[in-house]
Design a protein around this ligand. Structure first.
Ligand SMILES: Nc1nc2c(ncn2[C@@H]2O[C@H](COP(=O)(O)OP(=O)(O)OP(=O)(O)O)[C@@H](O)[C@H]2O)c(=O)[nH]1
Ligand SMILES: [Mg+2]
Length: 463
């Protein structure tokens, strides 16, 4: 259970990015927000006597009455505000100095400088958001891809919370049934049918499993996908990068060894951020080239999520090179990096058409002509997300949630074992409760101050 270490301070912070802009907003929250604002704000009337959700033009002044800036004050009365407390937002001219000065005046008038995430923390403590929703606020702010944006919006609107709650409610019912039996243990009654219990607990485990499986997708949404483009000199790696990006980013030439340093470029494919790294070309003699190429690709491979091995389509029918690539493929398999072959330059082999083969692990393209590049992009997206994920899938994006789900699933597994070994319901209930508690951590029904501080310290000040 968390300690409600809630203070009664009225807090203030600049809520907009520091720097020059049209306006800046300073947010004041707490029981005394209106009093503090009134000490600073000079307008037609006092803010304390104004209704909630009203805007007022006026001047901000310091304690000695000196004019600081023109401002607009917007009022929100508890509980109808972001924090559920009294809130006043002052918009001033968006300059670095003027904003700092106004904040100082507000602090002098009795507010305390807010800590990172403190507004959102209060929203959580006051029950306006659950913990997973509060975390979604931070994720939303940090989203850099369309998909990350969408999944954090979904989490913010409570989709994940609802799924968790449904599982929790079911487990609570089961735990209560078992615990009811204990109360009547003298009479030796059985309320909970063991077969039905087994079924319902198994269903809960399956639901948790399904959520856990979405974590990989969640990570892809949040962090994007790192793709290493590897292959022999002149295979067309840089050409492929350019073709995927739709621009001439990397230098291409018919001289082997054109790319010297690795180049990384990002592009969004279907809302997912992909980071492609084009690796350097390699040196002379055939053996050395092969050895170095493989070694280099191996090193890069371990850093990424996907390796695109680019090769001239003609190689498919030439000598020993394929075995060398098999080695790279084995290494990828060992470190969990997805391995994809791209047969390039199919325009030189008129019989070949752009296509996807081997369950999306082999592509036939012409980087030069752009043939098959859309297949490749789409295939990469499917490889990263899985085919069954769509817009409405609830996705677990947060490692804290993943850990709690995994612990919950483990406890339920134990509960099932205990149930099946026909031990007393008491022991089953114990494990069920542990599973329930783990789920409660996700939404914040059960949490510690350390966890809370850790979560909110990652927010920016003013949020
Ligand atoms: N016909 C044809 N030529 C291609 C294709 N892709 C690349 N090339 C040509 O192959 C040559 C090498 O292309 P690059 O993209 O520089 O190859 P690379 O793998 O980056 O080479 P290094 O950086 O030297 O390792 C250039 O002359 C390209 O125009 C293709 O699909 N078809
Ligand atoms: Mg190159």
């Amino acid at each position: 259970m968390y300690l409600r270490l809630k203070d009664n301070d009225t807090i203030a912070a600049i809520a907009t990015p520091l720097g020059e802009g049209g306006i800046s907003v300073i947010r004041i929250s707490g029981a005394a927000a209106f009093d503090v604002a009134d000490r600073v704000f000079v307008g037609k009337g006092s803010l304390s006597e104004s209704p909630s959700h009203s805007a007022h033009f006026g001047r901000a002044v310091d304690a000695s009455g000196k004019y600081v800036d023109e401002v607009v004050a917007v009022t929100f009365r508890a509980p109808n505000s972001y924090t559920c407390e009294n809130v006043v937002e002052l918009s001033c001219h968006g300059g670095y100095l003027v904003t700092q000065k106004l904040l100082q005046v507000i602090l002098d008038a009795g507010a305390r400088a807010a800590e990172p995430g403190e507004f959102t923390k209060r929203a959580f403590l006051n029950g306006r958001l659950d913990l997973s929703q509060a975390e979604a606020v931070a994720d939303l702010i940090h989203s850099q891809s369309e998909a990350a944006y969408r999944s954090s919006m979904r989490q913010l609107s409570g989709d994940l919370s609802r799924e968790i709650k449904a599982i929790r409610d079911e487990l609570l019912n089961l735990a209560s049934l078992l615990e009811l039996e204990l109360d009547f243990s003298e009479e030796d009654v059985v309320f909970a049918n063991r077969i039905a219990l087994d079924d319902r607990m198994s269903d809960a485990v399956a639901a948790l499993e399904k959520l856990l499986l979405t974590y990989e997708v969640g990570r892809v949404y949040r962090e994007g996908v790192r793709v290493t483009i590897a292959g022999k000199p002149n295979a067309g790696k840089s050409s492929l990068l350019n073709s995927i990006l739709g621009e001439g980013r990397a230098i291409v030439s018919d001289k082997p060894g054109t790319t010297r340093d690795t180049i990384t470029e990002s592009i969004s494919i279907g809302g997912v951020l992909f980071r492609f790294t084009d690796t350097a070309g390699l040196r002379e003699t055939a053996d050395e080239i092969e050895r170095e190429g493989v070694e280099r690709a191996e090193k890069e491979a371990e850093k990424g999520d996907v390796v695109l091995l680019v090769a001239d389509y003609g190689e498919k029918y030439y000598n020993g090179t394929i075995a060398e690539y098999a080695r790279l493929s084995d290494i990828c398999a060992k470190v969990g990096v997805k391995f994809v072959r791209v047969w390039n330059k199919i325009d030189l082999y008129p019989a070949e058409a752009p296509r996807i083969a081997a369950e999306g692990r082999e592509f036939y393209v012409s980087a030069l002509k752009g043939d098959g590049i859309d297949f490749l992009k789409n295939g990469l997206k499917e490889l990263a997300l899985g085919k069954e994920v769509n817009e409405s899938t609830v996705v677990v994006t947060n490692s804290r949630h993943r850990d709690a789900l995994a612990r919950s699933k483990r406890s339920l597994g134990l509960a099932l074992d205990t149930l099946r070994s026909r031990k007393s319901g008491e022991f089953v209930a114990l494990d069920l409760r542990a599973g329930l508690n783990a789920l409660g951590e996700i939404t914040g029904e059960i949490t510690t101050d350390d966890v809370l501080n850790n979560i909110f310290s990652k927010f920016c000040i003013g949020k």
